[in-house]
Design a protein. Structure first.
Length: 305
């Protein structure tokens, strides 16, 4: 039975050098072995291969048909190993490989695209993959090793904890979206208590804790349940039709249509914190992307329209 352990990378490199140079002596000098050591390694390889790989000539050696067949495979294996080494070096240097980014929906609306554009321009040889999902799902994927960096919020799932590093990117206020004809649309800000009789367009199932429910409880009332609409575009259309009001994360403010106005909430305004989460240790490309997220956030402000 062939001993596959005899075909290790070091032995295949030695075999390749002997085959190319046609000499045990030349291969020994090139690789820093003694000639007797090369002879022993080749003899062990021939035993594992089941027969001679070289014809011993008066001056040097040449491949047998079996040796030529093995040499074709050895060259392919060594080439793949060399390319793997180059790819790993590029990944560890942040200049190649793949960067797997996760983000929740509103981060993709107002934070992630600009940072990805700048990263792609700086690192064109790094392949980018994006996964969108709820923060809790992204944290699970990060812990499982399926993401290199995740843009998450601390509500409601919390932060990854041990085994990950989190970098605060911003505090994301929730603004109230009103139809332009609403009685409070002309105010610079809105007291949440003035919206106690409004119907709220929500995405979360009834009974699930949300920042809106918590903020309204602090203001002394329970928000009136309205229609449940998952997608932001649908929410905006329902508010524009006068069927209720909704909260919009500041990150998504740029996507609000002209038929609506956004107003900050006076006093106890609901907010969440947005983080970049990275596994320990983090890839250089993930650290570089996180730095771009922080730079973009530092130079960008979103104001209600």
């Amino acid at each position: 039975m062939t001993d596959v352990n005899a075909f290790d990378a070091a032995t295949l490199r030695l075999f390749d050098e002997v085959a190319r140079g046609g000499s045990f002596t030349a291969a020994a000098e090139l690789l820093g072995y003694t000639q007797s050591a090369v002879s022993r390694r080749v003899a062990a390889l021939e035993r594992a291969a089941g027969g001679p790989l070289f014809e011993r000539l008066a001056r040097g050696v040449r491949l047998t048909p079996a040796g030529a067949a093995l040499h074709r495979h050895a060259v392919a294996v060594l080439d793949r190993l060399d390319r793997a080494g180059e790819e790993l070096a590029a990944i560890h240097a942040g200049s190649g490989g793949t960067l797997r980014v996760g983000a929740f929906a509103t981060a993709n609306a107002g934070l992630v695209p600009a940072a990805l554009r700048r990263f792609a321009a700086a690192r064109p040889d790094v392949e980018l993959r994006l996964v969108e999902g709820l923060s809790g799902h992204l944290v699970d994927r990060l812990r499982a090793g399926a993401l290199d960096v995740a843009v998450i919020s601390d509500y409601p799932a919390g932060l990854p904890g041990e085994g990950a590093t989190t970098v605060l990117l911003r505090e994301d206020r929730l603004l109230v979206a009103l139809p332009r004809g609403h009685a409070l649309a002309g105010q610079p800000d809105v007291d949440l208590r003035d919206l106690a009789e409004e119907s709220w367009i929500e995405a979360a199932p009834r009974g699930q804790p949300t920042l809106l429910v918590a903020a309204c409880a602090a203001a002394g009332f329970t928000p009136r349940g309205g229609l449940r609409v998952a997608e932001w575009t649908g929410k905006f259309a329902f508010v524009a039709a006068g069927l209720g009001v909704t909260l919009v994360p500041e990150l998504a403010a740029a996507a609000v249509p002209a038929e609506l106005v956004l107003r900050p909430l006076r006093g106890l305004a609901p907010a969440r914190r947005v983080y970049a989460a990275l596994p320990d240790p983090a890839l250089p490309a993930a650290l570089e992307f996180t730095a771009l997220l922080r730079e973009w956030e530092a130079c960008t402000t979103v104001s209600p329209g």
